[in-house]
Design a protein around this ligand. Structure first.
Ligand code: PBG
Length: 326
């Protein structure tokens, strides 16, 4: 059937009709809000490149977490900013480190808010790399023990999901084994499986003070040009026991999200990363784009690409808008 029998504009004319035939839905249940926690009391420092996002001490962090929960956002993902960093990244796996402290406090006051614990050493190492160094090289196999230990420490504190973002080979298997051995066989792992060496992480590194002091992360994070390699990463992580997998960043990687979703048929998360957020905030502050429309367009596009779950700094803002429009 062709024109004039077929007129696609017929179903676009009324808002109510458009609502009925919409193919992709964004809903608050699918959002995860990233939060940065630091030591101290009453600390609430806005991250200059990420307007609306803060580094907070546990007390102020709890206030915002209550707000997140009140908006219906089901989960947060936690990043720690320690006072002291060392070559081993000790605070990443210290039982009284900032992350276990924050998780315990959260589970006491808001037991139903899901806590995803990001597992990586880069926020805690003085050199800023994601693992333990051997000379100038990240020592993959030695790093696995510390990532596994950090995962157990976070699970013991009450983390609901363990999310390793380090990109070491074999880490999902090492973490699964350690969690099972420590009595946490039911704690799921969401692996940052296809994590690319991306310029979109710039603002996050300012937030977490985790810029590598020398070199870059190209020796462990993926080349943005590769898709087959992403499928190999996912396949290995699934074999090692990942319950969910992640593609990161999201906006320039819709094809990766789609292929992963179609080939593996397990829950796929996409990380709408710091630079993707900052670009929209910056352009909106110049009056160059409509912030809310662009936010919804980007989040819907990530869902349309195939993501079940979106980790986004826009979670609160999107939740408010979704509630207002429902
Ligand atoms: C830690 C980690 C990073 C992000 C999430 N976990 C930074 C990095 O790999 O440099 C980036 C998140 C963002 O940019 O929003 N390994």
């Amino acid at each position: 059937m062709t024109f004039p029998n077929t007129r696609l504009r017929r179903l676009r004319r009324l808002a109510t009709l458009r609502d009925m035939v919409r193919e992709t839905r964004l809903c608050v249940d699918q959002l995860v809000y990233p939060m940065f926690v630091c030591h101290g009391e009453g600390v609430r420092t806005e991250i200059p490149s990420m307007p609306g996002c803060y580094r907070q001490s546990v007390d102020t962090f709890l206030e915002e977490a209550a707000e997140v929960s009140g908006l219906g956002v089901p989960a947060i993902i936690l990043f720690g900013v320690p006072d002291k960093k060392d070559p081993q990244g000790s605070e990443a796996y210290a039982p009284d480190g900032i992350i276990p402290q924050a998780i315990r406090a959260l589970k006491e006051s808001l037991p139903d808010l899901l806590v995803w614990a990001d597992v990586c050493l880069c926020e805690y190492t003085s050199h800023g790399h994601c693992g333990i160094l051997d000379g100038e090289e990240v020592d993959n196999d030695q790093t696995l023990d510390w990532l596994a230990l950090a995962s157990v420490v976070y699970a013991r504190a009450g983390a609901d999901v363990i999310a390793p973002s380090d990109m070491m080979d074999g880490r999902v298997g090492a973490i699964r084994k350690a969690l099972d051995g420590a009595g946490y066989p039911l704690t799921p792992i969401c692996a940052y499986s296809a994590k690319y060496a991306s310029a979109f992480y710039g603002p996050f590194r300012e937030a977490a003070e985790s810029t590598p002091q020398f070199g870059d992360r190209k020796g462990y994070q993926m080349d943005p040009a590769n898709l087959n390699e992403a499928l190999r990463e996912v396949s290995l992580d699934v074999e090692e026991g990942a319950d969910m997998v992640m593609v990161k960043p999201a906006m320039a990687y819709g094809d990766v999200i789609r292929r992963v979703k179609d080939e593996f048929r397990l829950p796929v998360a996409a990380y709408n990363v710091s630079g993707e957020y900052s670009m929209i905030k910056a352009a909106a502050s110049m009056g160059w784009i409509d912030e809310e429309r662009l936010m919804m367009e980007v989040l819907t596009g990530i869902r349309r690409a195939g993501a079940d779950i979106i980790i986004t700094y826009f979670a609160k803002q999107a939740a408010r808008l979704l509630a207002a429009n429902s």
